[in-house]
Design a protein around this ligand. Structure first.
Ligand code: ADP
Ligand code: SF4
Length: 687
């Protein structure tokens, strides 16, 4: 190890336990929770194996009155949950790390759709999205809540956890009590700050009393309060100072969740630094915080300067579960840096297991037996056609497995869509997907790369590789087909300038009055609208969705997307489709009534859907299509246009599974997962 990194590997005492180093995986959602216990336990274990000194669960419900269905959360409701929780703690302990558990009550935020128990609030109010209000808590409810929390803490200790959280932030029940505007109680739990914080203090003291002999007590709390109307900064400071000594560790976040969880498009690395530094001395206890730190030097700086005692990470630990070990073993150039795309978060927000653009193995540790660092050996020769994210990942894994790999691309440099898209405003960090893989390939003597010439079927056949992976990607459609249009859009007149995202990424820019038609609903439409506005074009953004870049609500980017468009004077038209274009007038159609209206524009940009570049594959496999044990396999966007994470996953899977005998072992079909799950949750946990 480079000696300068030694401070990152010093142990740290946290009350009754000791963290073996300063790498701390803070609680983060996985979209697995109680629903996929084995999958979850394996994911957490791999982080510990990779060197994270502390590995925490996601939000862990203490009682059925805190049920976030359909989003899978962890639970500690009764002893039936013990086996699942114990599996997490045991896996983490196997590698010498500490296991943390984030006890949670959702308050009014959750709707308890599965349990149908009334949700509980400091007063009766609507939750996140359902037309259901919470039950106002009376004193008996508060007493019960305290008992549930204590029982859950005892259960956590019985399951083997070392760190037990009290969680008074992110808008859940304890935040409601702390809020000046939501808490309208006239008793000892409402009014002044001391009263509003009474429940938090009680839970802290009771957790300490129940498990503090063996477990550290941690608090996840916002360094700058919860906004002026709820918990102003000054009150947050007062609380940190008053309650500081009651916890063994403070896990500090900030009040603006979209910023805390910000994507690289909008929020830089280390964004929480100033606010955490401003209060860290108040608590007089060790402090951990996050900041999407991916570079070993910035992590070291956090410890060296005393800004933090532990370097917190969620996303960097997802993108590279072995990040700490790579620093320890002087392999920093092998770190797979998070690109800050929030695709991990998006899938949890969809109620699905997380996935990652950079790390295709996350979530596949148990069901597919994929390890983020180890791959099965293989042999033979492989030609990979196309060096976008799918082709690069496939070549990387095949190279690691020991195949003789040749990767080619029609372009003079690798990267495919990642290279093109990372040149768009705000997407620069995405180039890491290419750079990490290109750097790994460069040191493999069994991988040869040839860029700058398209291959046709004859050339592929002539090459004579044992296996061929076709990774030729996809192009944006020029005819408007997508969600809305199943027939080509009517475009009349030779002068009508129609552009696709590929045109713009190739540097062919529309000027003057431009309509960007977004039927894709993710980042591409808004990013192009902003890029064109920055060149001086008068941009009108039209989408069939109800909000700009609607899907990016899942990546915590929608609010900032819409704000950025408004601030750039882009006119936003929602719930409308482009029905036609004659070179001077774009006709729009209301998505609900079909009512037409016309807007003038001299150019139209179509962000609707993509067409796979699968002609080469089709020619090679012939009319019958790809056989089951195929020699020619298509991967990535040329098989199924998707997000970049989909292309990387597809390339990884094909490369792992090539020569199936080597990998047949642990892959588990869905039916088997569910059967095991039923056994597991019925209490028969055996490893
Ligand atoms: P994916 O996301 O599936 O990896 P990309 O569109 O990012 O797909 O990358 C596909 C790559 O394949 C592009 O860089 C493109 O230049 C390359 N390509 C397409 N057709 C050929 C071909 N016939 N020969 C070599 N390279 C090709
Ligand atoms: Fe980082 Fe994106 Fe992976 Fe999430 S999905 S960990 S943001 S690279």
């Amino acid at each position: 190890m480079d000696a300068k990194f030694a401070p990152l590997f010093e142990p740290l005492r946290l009350g009754p336990v000791t963290a073996p180093n300063r790498f701390y995986q803070v609680p983060h959602c996985t979209g697995m929770g109680h629903a996929l216990p084995r999958t979850l336990a394996a994911l957490r274990e791999v982080k510990a194996e990779g060197g994270w000194g502390v590995v925490c669960t996601e939000y862990c419900s203490i009682h059925p009155s805190s049920d976030d269905h359909p989003y899978p959360f962890a639970s500690a409701w009764d002893d039936g949950d013990l086996a699942n929780l114990a599996a997490i703690a045991a896996g983490v302990h196997r590698h010498g790390a500490l296991a943390g558990i984030e006890l949670w009550h959702g308050g009014s935020y959750v709707a308890n759709l599965a349990t149908r128990v009334p949700s509980l609030g400091v007063r009766s109010m609507p939750g996140r999205e359902d037309p259901i209000q919470s039950q106002r808590m009376d004193r008996a409810d508060i007493r019960r809540l305290r008992r549930w929390h204590r029982d859950a803490a005892l259960r956590a200790r019985a399951a083997g956890f070392d760190i037990v959280y009290v969680y008074p932030t992110h808008g859940y029940l304890l935040s409601e009590f702390l809020s000046r505007s939501l808490n309208d109680r006239g008793d000892e739990y409402g009014g002044c700050l001391e009263n509003r914080a009474r429940l938090l203090r009680e839970l802290l003291e009771e957790t300490r009393e129940a498990v503090g002999d063996r477990c550290a007590v941690a608090v996840r709390f916002s360094a700058d309060g919860h906004g002026e109307e709820h918990l102003p900064q000054a009150e947050a400071r007062e609380l940190l100072a008053a309650l500081g000594p009651l916890a063994d560790l403070w896990d500090l976040v900030i009040g603006d969740y979209e910023e805390e969880m910000g994507s690289s498009r909008f929020v830089a690395e280390g964004a929480l630094d100033d606010r955490v530094r401003a209060v860290r001395a108040l608590v007089g206890r060790p402090v951990v915080s996050v900041g999407r730190f991916t570079s070993p030097d910035s992590m070291l700086r956090q410890i060296r300067t005393g800004a933090l005692d532990l370097v917190g990470a969620a996303r960097p630990s997802i993108a590279d579960p072995f990040l700490p070990n790579k620093i320890r073993d002087d392999r920093c150039d092998e770190i797979r840096e998070c690109i800050g795309c929030n695709v991990c978060y998006a899938h949890d927000a969809r109620g699905a297991a997380i996935r990652c653009t950079q790390n295709p193995t996350i979530g596949e540790e148990w069901r597919s037996g994929w390890h983020p660092e180890r791959v099965p050996r293989g042999s033979g020769s492989v030609l990979v056609v196309g060096a976008g994210p799918a082709g690069l990942e496939a070549a990387h894994i095949l190279g690691k497995r020991g195949f003789n790999v040749t990767i080619t691309d029609a372009e003079r440099s690798p990267g495919g869509r990642v290279s093109r898209e990372s040149r768009l405003p705000g997407l620069g960090a995405w180039a890491r997907v290419r750079d990490y893989r290109v750097a790994q390939l460069a040191r493999m003597p069994n991988v040869a790369a040839y860029y700058g010439g398209a291959l046709d079927a004859a050339a592929v056949r002539e090459f004579g590789a044992d296996h061929v992976l076709i990774a030729t990607g996809a192009r944006w459609r020029r005819d408007g087909l997508g969600r809305w249009h199943s027939q080509p859009l009517s475009v009349a007149g030779a002068a009508a300038q129609v552009f696709t995202p590929d045109d713009i990424m190739d540097g062919r820019l529309p000027r003057g009055a431009v309509v960007v038609f977004d039927d894709d609903h993710y980042y591409m439409g808004p990013v192009l609208a902003l890029a064109l506005a920055a060149t001086g074009a008068r941009v009108r953004y039209v989408t069939t969705a109800g909000r700009a870049g609607e899907w990016s609500a899942h990546t915590a980017e929608q609010g900032r997307t819409q704000r950025a468009l408004i601030e750039a004077d882009v006119e936003i038209v929602v719930n409308a489709a482009v029905a036609g274009f004659d070179g001077a007038v774009v006709s729009l159609q209301c998505a609900f009534t079909g009512r037409a209206r016309a807007v003038t524009a001299n150019a139209l940009v179509l962000v609707t859907s993509r067409e796979p570049n699968d002609a080469l594959h089709a020619e090679l496999v012939g009319a019958e299509g790809e056989a089951e044990e195929a020699r020619v396999i298509r991967i990535g966007d040329c098989r199924q246009p998707s997000i970049i994470a989909g292309a990387v996953y597809s390339g990884h899977k094909a490369a792992r599974e090539l020569g199936r005998d080597a990998v047949r072992g642990p892959a588990r079909p869905l039916a088997r997962i569910l059967a095991l799950l039923r056994r597991l949750t019925s209490g028969a946990m055996r490893r």
